[in-house]
Design a binder for this molecule. Sequence first.
Ligand SMILES: Nc1ncnc2c1ncn2[C@@H]1O[C@H](COP(=O)(O)OP(=O)(O)OP(=O)(O)O)[C@@H](O)[C@H]1O
Ligand SMILES: [Mg+2]
Length: 427
Amino acid sequence: MTPWRIRDLHDDDLDAVIRLWDDLTAGGASPAFGVSDLIAAVRSDAPAVVAVVGDEVVGAVVASVSGTRAQLMRITLAAGWRRQGIGSAMLIELERRLVSAGVHRITCLLAADNEVGALALEHCGYSVHPGMRLFEKLEPVGPEDVGVLAQLGGRMIRAGLWEQLGGMTKEKELIERRIILPLANPLTAGRLGLVPPQAVILFGPPGTGKTTFAKGVASRLGWPFVELFPSRLGADSPAGLAAALRDAFGLIAELDRVVVFIDEVEEIAGLRRPGVPAHSQGVTNEMLKLIPPFRERDERLLVCATNSVRELDSAFLRHGRFDYVIPVGPPDDEARLAIWERYLSSMPQAGVDVGYVVQESRLFTPADIEFAARRTAQLVFERVVFEQGGDAATTEDVLSGIRQTRRTLTPEIVAQFEQDIASYARL
Ligand SMILES: Nc1ncnc2c1ncn2[C@@H]1O[C@H](COP(=O)(O)OP(=O)(O)OP(=O)(O)O)[C@@H](O)[C@H]1O
Ligand SMILES: [Mg+2]
């Protein structure tokens, strides 16, 4: 029989638990919450469990809840009681209470030296973000959201998409810090007076990965992803694009949490200028009206993407509507390497010099690389079929594939993008 058991934390336990929190050998401090925060949380009936051996309290876990989210505030276990599964048992008990209170997402920010907490979280299926001690666990989408999501064509994005985005370290780090971490840790952000972002614009030349970044954010947050297509919205609804947008945002408001993505947003928020037809100005006005109510609720993020940020209405770009305006540039060497490796891995190869291929495909977008890889495979295929030649792709084959591909990007497009960064980026 185990000598320990897990139960709710009672008022009488508080002195013993405070002694544990003060004991730095018992699990390390969380960078997010001090002892006074923890005491205040317990006094206000935050969900909390303790591990006891006889009458002695040897461990405690406290969480705070905000709607369907919970954050583990501190995981503590006395030094003599490690590695017996007590940490995990406390977490499982606490999770049970949180889930029955309607919680879907549980996060925990740990101090780097909190080994006890890290082990328990890992045992209980929490995932770790690389380079961060942010642990989180996702409970699936609530049942009431399923129907609405289906109507909007929304879906969950598989885990790991973010990690598979090759290179683009500048963009990734920026989006991670400004968008993902504040949204994933709203309690810490709120305590520190940081309002998590609710709407952002991604701009950059075609095929640079804007859509992929938006999906990556949804994947990292574990929120459903809803993409609105301006061209399809208008066509679907006789009442026109403005009405269709209003309807879509009405449905979106019913979701607990969501990443909404609008590609080619210049189609619905283009410049209102003389010569632009009145009905399209009406669409821009409608979109401007829809953003404030969208921003009133937590746990939602609007990502708008455009190839031509200079085409956007200035009122649309104003502070207060979009928190950040982020450039997503042409794939750097590392990104092109990752993309080339993905495509080359599906071909038999004879020592392709990938480094050289990466250099020769400067100004290629991911879509261009995909096309060049297809040309390469076609070339080898024809050699095998018509000439009974070798079936392994060589560096020369890949270079031929590259030569047969028209680059989407030109130095002029890149120069224009640099100018747009200077005029419009807000990071
Ligand atoms: N950094 C990356 N690493 C690996 N693959 C990538 C990367 N960026 C983009 N891709 C791939 O390249 C393709 C094009 O990317 P995506 O559609 O996201 O570009 P986009 O900027 O949204 O393009 P558009 O402006 O045309 O809408 C996708 O198949 C995507 O998987
Ligand atoms: Mg796109």
